[in-house]
Design a protein around this ligand. Structure first.
Ligand code: HEC
Length: 126
């Protein structure tokens, strides 16, 4: 019994000692299940309803050549819009507010922690 408690204690300690970014990414992976309906994130994965998101952090908007973006998203890319963490944060809160006319029919993540975590996950994939 004592041994079991000790083991649990060590396991919890290991979780707590994970770097903050890794913890956020793990939580973000769960949030990403909402995105997975439309997006894959695996390297060279096929586009779904939405474009592949592998390496999206730091990428220019509308830059997956094999994906057919809306004119609104293409214009955003031509404008030079980069998916920085900050830009992802505002987009994910309200996609249509940032890219009016986007065909991403996702209402947005209103919870700031969820956005932060999912961005940490996106960052860890690519
Ligand atoms: C209902 C389907 C759907 C869901 C759910 C969805 N998306 Fe999208 N997403 C799209 C579509 C479609 C586009 C292309 C938008 C366009 O061309 O206007 C897109 C575009 C994007 C882009 C821009 C990519 C680029 O290459 O410029 C990002 C970033 C993105 N989505 C992130 C997310 C994240 C993160 C989630 C989950 C929180 C999510 N999406 C949920 C359909 C979806």
């Amino acid at each position: 019994m004592k041994r079991a408690i000790l083991t649990i204690g060590i396991a919890l300690g290991a979780i707590h000692s994970l770097p903050a970014a890794a913890q956020d990414a793990a939580a973000g992976q769960r949030v990403f299940s909402q995105c997975r309906v439309c997006h894959v994130i695996e390297d060279n994965g096929r586009n779904g309803v939405g474009p592949n998101l592998h390496g999206v952090v730091g990428r220019k908007a509308a830059s997956v050549a094999s994906y057919s973006y809306s004119p609104a998203m293409k214009a955003k890319g031509e404008e030079g819009w980069i998916w920085t963490e900050e830009n992802l944060n505002t987009y994910l809160e309200n996609p249509r507010g940032v890219v009016p006319g986007t065909k991403m029919s996702f209402p947005g993540l209103k919870d700031e922690t969820q956005r932060k975590n999912v961005i940490a996950f996106l960052k860890s994939q690519g």
